[in-house]
Design a binder for this molecule. Sequence first.
Ligand code: HAM
Length: 432
Amino acid sequence: MELQKPRGTRDFLFKEMKERKLVENTMRKVFETYGYQEIKTPIFEDLSLFTLKSGEGIIEEIYHFQDKGGRDLALRPELTAPVARIYLNELQKAAKPLKMYYFGSCFRYERPQAGRFRQFWQMGCELIGGKSPDSEAEIIAMAAHCLEELKLKDYQIHLGNLGILRGILSQDSVSADQQDQIMALIDKGDVEELKKLLGDLKLPENSKNILLKLVGMRGHQDIIDKVKNIIKDFPDALESLEELETLLEMLEAFGFADYTVNLGIARGLDYYTGTVFEIYVEGLGAQKQISGGGTYNLIEIFGGEKVESTGFAFGFDRVMGALKIQETSTQVERRVDVFVTPISSEMKLHAFEIAQNLRKSGISTDVELVGRKLKKTLSFASNSGARFVVLIGARELEENKLTIKDMESGDQEQVPLEMVKDILLDRINNKE
Ligand code: HAM
């Protein structure tokens, strides 16, 4: 029987795990610099948490099952709904704004392809109880900061505001459900179906043309005036556009101006209300969206008070993919700094003891465990990236000495046993 991993899942081996850990830690550091604290939620939740307002697309993709007690459960497809639940369960009285971040796997039953998996990871954050556009500006600047820290080049941050399109539709009495259907088609980029649906809904010709025009509009601050002119008869839409304009001004104060205004962003999830943004890396092809987020009202939908909330999530696997194609070196740490080996088998127990002492001083250390001959041990140590090999010989040990071999230069020197730890610490730190 050939055992295979499930479709759309992956195994990560040593090098890849180290690269992922480095990227994860870089993102964590940036989130924490902005005052976010980490939370963890269950991998599975009640199915209803995700069916209330996550949007049809997501619901179709949910992995759901009944447990032995007959409860309908789902593997989480995302983490915003779980965070809204935590807020309602535990944090309603906490001082606001509340800043939380998470790193965890999500599950969506999608057709697997490059950059699209059934189990994937998100590193994301939610800011609950802030005010827009102030909190939105900070969050977008933080997303850009993460990518700068990772030295990712060639990414584009696209910004929009759903209130513009929804403002027009509401003024023409299009129901919330129908608006969600329209947004889903815009998100898919399915213009033909969109035209058909707008026709079926008997939207005034003028509104229809305006919507189709807006969906295709991209630019910088300069397009704001053009859009103002186009939507001048739609007061709610104008208000959202002004909110977007203020956001752009604030972003400059946060030191970030490299955005594209994109009024065609609709997002695949139904809980967004105002500002939305997506980050793309063109080289990734069809799955180029490495991050998405915006302002949403999930907490109110779940029965809480109206609390303004904003957040985003990096598709962690896509960020890794983007770093790979741009050949941005995520410096891989070596496995161990030191390899301890006895020269003869009688020295084995001494080798264990010395390795253990080094580890207790914080030096990453391997010790020969399979009784190889010295030549083979040295080659194994070299392949595992050890910088130093500590050789333990019977005659030297009688004189309380050991040999340290520098694997880069090949130099060897005898050192007193009691000084080994300090010498190695000093050299390792100087070589960083
Ligand atoms: P989302 O856009 O559905 O938003 O997912 C966030 C990111 O996860 C996407 O931009 C994409 O990079 C990645 N992603 C989605 N599906 C897959 C997949 N099948 N394989 C690999 N990567 C994938 C959300 O989930 C929102 N909860 C984000 C948010 C947080 N909004 C407010 N706060």
